[in-house]
Write a protein that binds this ligand. Structure first.
Ligand code: PMP
Ligand code: GLU
Length: 408
């Protein structure tokens, strides 16, 4: 008999009633559970580089550990040295002067975003989020008491939000719009002209921009990252930059993200962080300085490898009859449309009427894990992270193909 951990019917906060668990993490956990049972599953789940953190970054951490330099708390918002490095780096990228006082370092960009919404939103405040969106934005906004306002986009526009669509969704309660370029899950990259057009609406409607730039270094082909803050000083003054080392430097497990923005917002976020987590891990902060200020060649090596994988996965997906797949221009996700397969029957007779049931069947029967599009506000699509080996890409898409073509 197992030991009871408490009364069975504990009431949890109603604040969480409408909050969904993160589907990206759930799919990844399910694949890991099956693998642990000895089942050979190929996972295209979480967006996490398969590379190890570059050697010089690990060496900086080892050295700091050897010196015993990391046993203590740091300033809540990060060490002065790290905030200075982040301010210099983001200032360079966005062509604007950033003070280290306007930087807050948190436990991953996810934590940065959560702190930001908690610090910014009053009940009923609206945040505009173009769909398809990263799974966590709407739920984070809701946890902070705000209201996510979802703006649908079209595959014909490569899933980018038009300026008139943004304008049409602004109300007197709108506080901010979230921009994520390159995008998770679509891999879309906004052009300079598109950013400039959105900037006009931002100024006209007096909005803040939350610019989630976690994938800005991962762009391919002719695509380039276009910065809202770089449009001009008026935009720089109202853009909150969210960035981090997870994707660019293969440092997901180190948990460091950062925010640069207007002083009152950064101060309010520091208050939230000071009453919740305190500083992010000291050792990880030291590693992050090495990442940002050290040699950038490893970033280019990883980017090139992702680009090769991108070309291969898109080609293999497009070769499956019934599957269409846009070309992702950044990040490391393919986002094919599988709507032609919804409502069909599996060989065991089970009807797969939603993308969630399709993805459940794919992992259980086909031994390939992909994330259902409904979690990203895009029913009928699925997301595959190609931040995994070429071998996995080839074998995983083969399994996907065989499974899909067995549906009737
Ligand atoms: N934003 C986007 C769009 C992401 O895909 C992720 C992935 N984890 C994050 C933010 C947060 O990254 P992290 O917390 O690892 O820095
Ligand atoms: N951001 C990654 C993803 O979308 C990691 C998992 C998560 O935090 O959502 O897969």
């Amino acid at each position: 008999m197992s030991t009871p951990l408490g009364p069975p019917n504990v009431k949890t906060a109603s604040r969480l009633d409408a909050i969904k668990p993160s589907i990206t993490l759930a799919v990844t956990a399910k694949a890991a559970r099956l693998k642990a049972q000895g089942i050979d599953v190929i996972s295209f789940g979480a967006g996490e580089p398969d590379f190890d953190t570059p050697e010089h970054i690990k060496a900086a951490a080892r050295e700091a550990l050897g010196k015993g330099a990391v046993a203590k708390y740091t300033e809540v918002g990060g060490t002065p040295a790290l905030r200075a490095a982040v301010a210099a780096e983001l200032g360079r990228v966005h062509g604007t002067e950033i003070s280290p006082d306007n930087v807050l370092v948190s436990c991953g960009a996810k934590h940065s975003l959560y702190n930001l919404f908690i610090a910014l939103l009053d009940p009923g405040d609206e945040v505009i989020i173009p769909a398809p969106y990263w799974v966590s934005y709407p739920d984070m906004v809701m946890m902070a008491g705000g209201t996510p306002v979802i703006v649908p986009t079209s595959p014909d526009d490569d899933f980018t939000m038009r300026a008139d669509a943004l304008r049409a969704h602004v109300t007197p309660r709108t506080r901010a719009v979230v921009l994520n370029t390159p995008s998770n899950p679509t891999g879309a990259v906004y052009s300079q002209a598109q950013i400039a057009a959105l900037a006009e609406v931002v100024l006209e409607k007096n909005l803040l921009v939350i610019s989630d730039d976690i994938y800005r270094s991962l762009v391919y082909g002719g695509a380039t990252y276009a910065s809202m803050a770089a449009v001009g000083p008026e935009l720089a003054a109202r853009t909150i930059l969210v960035d981090g080392v997870s994707k660019t430097y293969a440092m997901t497990g180190w948990r460091i993200g950062y925010t640069a923005g207007p002083a009152p917002i950064i101060k309010a976020m520091a208050k939230v962080q000071g009453q919740s987590t305190s500083n992010p891990t000291h050792l990880a902060q030291i590693a992050t300085i090495a990442a940002i200020t050290g040699p950038q060649e490893p970033v280019e090596t990883m980017r090139k490898a992702f680009d090769e994988r991108r070309k291969t996965i898109v080609e293999l997906l497009r070769a499956i009859p019934g599957v269409s797949c846009r070309e992702p221009k950044g990040a490391f996700y393919a986002f094919p449309d599988l709507s032609a397969f919804l409502g069909r029957n599996a060989p065991d007779g089970k009807t797969l009427d939603t993308d969630v049931s399709l993805c459940d069947w794919l992992v259980e029967s086909g031994k390939v894990a992909v994330v259902p599009g409904s979690g990203f506000g895009a029913v009928g699509h699925v997301r595959l992270s190609y931040a995994c080996s070429m071998e996995n890409i080839k074998e995983g898409v083969k399994r996907l193909r065989e499974s899909l073509l067995s549906l009737r």
